[in-house]
Design a protein around this ligand. Structure first.
Ligand code: UTP
Length: 294
């Protein structure tokens, strides 16, 4: 079944080893970019794309994610008493924003396995997946861009990004043919095959899959059908390859800029750019950066 996409899954049960030691006792998804945790950027992107029904796959030590989206009575009471209305609104908005459910992945057995944990909550309908360490700035939210393609073709859609050869081996890479589509301006592709983390010379293209997907429910059978792949983990890319045997998959080179905030350098870049964009911080921060005379 396809139809309107109502639900979005946030896999957030990974171990975040690239960001140790910060992620030893704190989920990567709660690292703040300026003053908002990574996962909130993804949640806001989903909401601005028209999806309010949020499913978060959590693991051990992830209670702070649940607390973040919950009502905090003590904090609200304190802000109320102190008449800090702006802050109160910000805090309330987070819990009012969404209808959120949680499911646990007891062991970090891979991204595909994390998505499979959401099966009961998703049911037999197409759904979105957001990896919240990929933070995206764009005029039209990235999920919305993918939904427009899904709504037209009724098929799975993955977000694609051009990546230089020296970085391509960090990604799942597609072999894909361009598809004419009104308004897509050469951004739409039909996926023929995909290769997980190829060497630069073996990469079928420079188009890498990043952390935004619209998936048809058939992906669950595919995840169940595949054996563990790279790193002994159940990989979502392997499941997509399996799905491709029976169902079309489209790739959309999204409009916008993506930061890999699960990586230390990417996180720093995102922090600088997000701070510069802020009305309340941008000019002071810009002045400070200039004073560094790099
Ligand atoms: P990553 O590939 O970034 O893995 O996962 P990771 O474990 O979080 O981080 P590193 O690479 O060790 O630093 C991509 C997304 O999939 C989730 C992560 O939480 C992240 O949002 N994930 C990954 C799970 O939910 N479960 C898993 O078993 C693996």
């Amino acid at each position: 079944m396809t139809g309107k996409v109502r639900k979005v899954v946030f896999p957030a049960a990974g171990l975040g080893t690239r960001f140790l030691p910060a992620t030893k006792a704190q989920p990567k998804e709660m690292l703040p970019l300026v003053d908002k945790p990574l996962i909130q950027y993804g949640v806001e992107e989903a909401i601005h794309s028209g999806i309010q029904n949020i499913i978060i796959v959590t693991g051990r030590g992830k209670a702070s994610i649940e607390d973040h989206f919950d009502v905090s009575f003590e904090l609200e009471h304190l802000l109320e008493t102190k008449k800090k209305t702006d802050l109160l609104k910000q805090v309330r908005d987070i819990s009012d924003m969404i209808d959120v459910s949680y499911v646990r992945q007891k062991e970090a057995l891979g991204l595909g396995h994390a998505v499979l944990r959401a099966r009961e909550l998703v049911g037999n309908e197409s759904f979105a997946v957001v990896l919240s360490d990929d933070v995206i700035v764009s005029d039209i939210p990235c999920i919305r861009q993918l939904l427009d393609i899904h709504d037209f073709y009724g098929a799975s859609v993955v977000a694609l990004m051009e990546v230089p050869p020296e970085q391509i081996s960090a990604y799942g890479v597609v072999d894909a043919e361009p598809v004419e589509h009104a308004g897509a301006n050469g951004r739409l592709f039909r996926v023929r095959n995909m290769v997980e983390k190829p060497k630069a010379q073996d990469a079928p293209s420079n188009l890498a899959i990043i952390g935004r997907y619209i998936l048809v429910p058939g992906i669950f059978q595919s995840i169940e059908a595949i054996p563990p792949g790279a790193g002994g983990e159940i990989q979502l890319t392997d499941a997509l390859k399996h799905l491709l045997r029976s169902r079309p998959i489209y790739g959309y080179k999204f409009e916008g800029k993506r930061f890999d905030a699960g990586d230390k350098l990417g996180f720093l870049q995102a922090t600088v750019e997000f701070a510069l964009r802020r009305d309340d911080l941008g000019s002071g921060f810009r002045e400070y950066l200039r004073s560094l005379q790099l």
